[in-house]
Each structure stands twice: as C-alpha cells, then as structure tokens.
Ligand binder design. Structure first.
Ligand SMILES: *Cc1c(COP(=O)(O)O)cnc(C)c1O
Length: 230
C-alpha cells in the first residue's frame, strides 16, 4: 500500500500547478500534513515518503505521538484552539503555533517557552468572516495583538492564519485576499526593527488551490493526504 505516498505526490503536484498559475515559486510554499486522529504509524508512513512538517489539534494526542516518534526529525505545529491550562505543554513541545487568538495565550507561551529552545514561531488566527462559532481575532484587532507579540522575546511572530467560512469560490477568494492584504498592510506599517511577516497559513484540502492563488505560503492538508477522518 503506497496510498499516503501517492496522495502526498498528488497534493504536491496540485501545489506546484497552483504556484505556477500564480507565477509563484513552489519552493516557498510549505505543505503541513494535518495528522490529527492519525496514528503514529500513519505519520511514519508520511515521514518515510519525505514529509517533515505535521500539524496537530489536540494537545494530549499530539504529545503521545510526539513521544512515540522521538527518533524522527519532525517539525511539530500546533493548529487547534488553545486553553490557557495547555500553554505550558505547547510551549515545551511545538516549533510552531498557528492559533494565537489573544494576548493572554501569547504571554503564557512566551513565559513558558523553555530557555534551551529557540523562540516559538507563531501566527495570529484571524476570524476573517466574523463567524460566531470560530476562534480568532477580528480584522480590526489584529494590529494591537501584533504589537503585543512583537514585545515578547520568546515568540517569533511569523504571520497570520485563517479558516474562511464555507461558501462559493468567489467568497473564498475574497476572504483569502483580505488576509493577504492584511499581511501586506502590517508589513508596510512595521517599523524597521521588526522582521517582516512571511507566513500566510491558509488553505485546507477543500480550498488549497484558491488559497494559493491568493498568496498562501503554508497549506494545512489532512484529508487529501490521509483520507477521511472518522
Ligand atoms: C483539520 C484541520 C485542517 C485539515 O483539514 P482537511 O480538510 O482534512 O485538509 C487544517 N487546519 C485546521 C486548523 C484543522 O483543524
């Protein structure tokens, strides 16, 4: 069975084609394999096919798999909602966190990041379509949170993340485009001392080509790699 390997090849082909259509360099696009609810064994199959970045949503499940896979050179990303009693474990175990949605969480991750590890790479999650059921900050509150995080030495602010509302293609294009404009705005206004934000974490199995057309630099793909979750 080479299914996962074939799926990875196919997803990479889709990314390559979307990048070419947008006149973008495909090497600047990161494929994050979203492995929530997948076993350590399944993750190993993707790893053996060359995949190195994996995204997880549930803290305890992620730590169990990370411990089982310590011998592998995996870059672990946390992409799920964050409760404040989980920040310490996240700060100790992940290289990236995509789902920062308030100052309190950012501050705790900063304070709890172990000194022997480099700063955690973080993205601010934006609730781009203002959905009541979704986490993330509203567009107008992003720049205040950016300013806060820039003052936290143990966090490296890399960019923005969003999950648009399900809808027709036109509305998804528009949501992703708003994100790209927001990132460009932040970078234009940034004082020279701050590193420019280089990451737009957007696009999942169902909408990755649309996200890439609008400037995504990192797509978070589960189903198209591992199949349907139960
Ligand atoms: C589950 C999940 C994904 C992957 O979704 P698929 O549709 O399976 O590709 C991406 N991002 C986040 C935040 C998720 O929770």
């Amino acid at each position: 069975m080479h299914k996962i390997e074939d799926n990875l090849t196919q997803v990479k082909r889709v990314i390559q084609q979307a990048a070419e259509r947008a006149s973008r360099n495909p090497n600047e696009i990161t494929l994050l394999a979203v492995s929530k609810k997948q076993s350590a064994q399944t993750i190993t199959k993707a790893y053996n096919a060359g995949q190195r970045s994996f995204g997880e949503n549930y803290v305890q499940e992620a730590i169990d798999k990370k411990n089982a896979l310590q011998h592998l050179d995996i870059c672990w990303h946390f992409i799920g909602p964050i409760q404040s009693n989980k920040t310490k474990v996240i700060a100790e175990n992940f290289s990236w966190v995509h789902s920062i949605d308030r100052e309190k969480i950012a501050q705790r991750l900063n304070d709890q990041r172990p000194v022997n590890l480099p700063p955690i790479n973080v993205c601010i999650q934006v609730n781009i379509d203002r959905e009541a059921t979704k986490s993330g900050v509203f567009l107008e509150d992003v720049s205040a949170l950016v300013a806060c995080i820039h003052k936290m030495p143990r966090l490296s602010l890399r960019g923005l993340m969003a999950i648009p509302e399900p809808g027709d293609e036109a509305s998804q294009h528009e949501s992703f485009r708003k994100m790209k404009n927001l990132l460009d705005d932040i970078n234009e206004k940034a004082v020279n001392t701050n590193q420019p934000l280089d990451t737009l974490s957007m696009g999942m199995s169902a909408d990755l080509t649309i996200a890439l057309a609008e400037g995504s630099t990192l797509v978070r793909v589960g189903t198209q790699i591992f199949g349907k979750r139960d």
